[in-house]
Design a protein around this ligand. Structure first.
Ligand code: AMP
Length: 136
């Protein structure tokens, strides 16, 4: 099977601006900087999405994402950070290898827009809550 681009970065076949590396996790700058310091944190081992990543590895990835977010605020002048991971194509995932985006946010218009717009007309919230709760 053809390696995905992040597996190629892990293997050293494609260069990256590396930020952090340990036995399980790699962090590097996103090649398309949505804002200054936009970083990606990935497990070195291949998992398709956040949803299929073993808990221990998933926690390690988020530990590094948290640290990079803190550094963006302390050292890059960011005033906030968006931490996000897209799962599957319908959610905007283009690289099929679990990754967490760390997107620093700046006070003046920084070009990144993430609008969570209510679209809840006709939704049966008690029923939806039951469906989720009963399967947790
Ligand atoms: P997503 O749309 O959530 O799957 O995000 C994939 C991200 O990977 C995009 O933001 C791309 O800019 C980034 N990306 C793709 N190829 C590379 C690469 N070679 N080095 C760094 N980032 C990359």
């Amino acid at each position: 099977m053809e390696k995905d681009v992040f597996c190629k970065i892990v293997a050293g076949e494609i260069p990256c601006y590396k930020l952090y590396e340990d036995a399980d996790v790699l962090a590097f700058l996103d090649i398309s900087q949505v804002t200054k310091g936009h970083a990606l944190v990935i497990p070195k081992e291949h998992y398709d999405t956040f949803l299929s990543t073993p808990e221990k590895i998933m926690h390690k990835v988020f530990d590094v994402a948290q640290r990079i977010g803190q550094i963006a605020i302390q050292f890059l002048g960011a005033k906030g950070v968006n931490i996000l991971t897209n799962c599957y194509e319908v959610a905007g995932q283009t690289v099929k290898h679990f990754h967490v985006h760390v997107i620093p946010r700046y006070e003046s218009h920084d070009g990144f827009e993430l609008e969570l717009k209510a679209n809840d007309e006709g939704l049966n919230l008690p029923m939806i809550a039951e469906q989720i709760k009963n399967n947790l």
